[in-house]
Design a protein around this ligand. Sequence first.
Ligand SMILES: [Zn+2]
Length: 429
Amino acid sequence: MKYEYMHPREQIVTIMRRVYGYGMTTTSGGNISILDTTGDVWITPGGIDKGGLTEGDIVRMRGDTVVEGTHPPSSEYPFHRAVFSRRPDIRAVLHAHPAALVAFSLVRKIPDTSIIPQARAVCGEVGYAAYAIPGSEELGRNIAAAFAKGFDTVLLENHGVAAAGSNLLEAFQRFETLDFCARTLINAGVLGTAQTLGPEQIALFNLGKNQKMPELDLKARTSGELAIRREMREFIHRAYRQRLMTSTEGTVSVRVDQDSFLISPYGIDRSYMDESDFVLIRGGKRERGLVPSRAVIMHLEIYAANPDMNAIISAQSPAVTAFTVTGTRLESATIPESYIELRDMPLIAFGRQFTDEKGLAAQISRQTPVVLLQNDAILTTGKNLTEAYDRLEVAEFSANAILNAAKLGSVQRIGEAELDAIREKFRLT
Ligand SMILES: [Zn+2]
């Protein structure tokens, strides 16, 4: 079912499953609320296992009174209510204790979302609420005061995080994206210093070329195109489940014929994307009424420059992103599988993916099937979607191995003579 047609009970259960399923809260911690159009608040109950939450467990509050439900509301209800009273535009609040964000709250540092343009766009700047005992009116005042300053995500000192939005999906996306930033910054600390982007660099992300593409009317769809749509849906859902993409980031495209390809849309949650959302691009025009991913021009130029390439993925997989934000080379000459699949992965300076798509495309070939885009994403290509996806997984596993190895000692490359032998045996030229 489309999210916007879900009852508040169903929305809360669906989102809590995502939060718990991803290990971003414990059985006892975390709570979610929705303010409905009558002014009543729907909220998770106190003391109920988050792993087995059902719609019947959700409590409806009117002021301090339970008007529907068999449990008491979450003990954190006072702060949810305080946030709604201070910010009329907020209709949903999510609170949890994911480990990476709790780590920031323990050292009392605010994660900087300007490391990736999309994270900055989704989360904005992050607020900070001083410690107070859980469930207290004082904690409610501290958190609500931070939201009243205009922040949509607030770090809770020695506690966790609260994210809010005009609907629950927006609040969740902010929460998940901020958690992604926190994990990235922690990993980046192993490699060096994360580089932040200035306002003029972030503005490049909002050029809106995807929205300005001319439109075209389509005739009947071929069976080949319909099969590709299904394959794309399956791989995007898999990427989300395996955390190679977040709900707000990650683009997949597949060539349909010489002149056209399908690409994932702009602005739709990756875990809800389905066949009908993908946008056909033909002769530089987009299917009427649909908006493709912001990466569309870059994908278009890569297909134009590489007639034998049939699939492209751009994604912020978590370990690789630590390399892109620190500008660290991801060394593939570490294990044979990485070298064979990924080859040499050049790091492309930030901004070229938005302003120099043709030049960037010229750097990609069968010999260079993968590039890293600084402060953004990894871009993998392949003769089919399986190959592009495998390269994304191999890159993420390799990045993870190097991050872990760096904690153990000095990372050793495979020698040049051994690389020559790999090139010869696997006919890599
Ligand atoms: Zn809490």
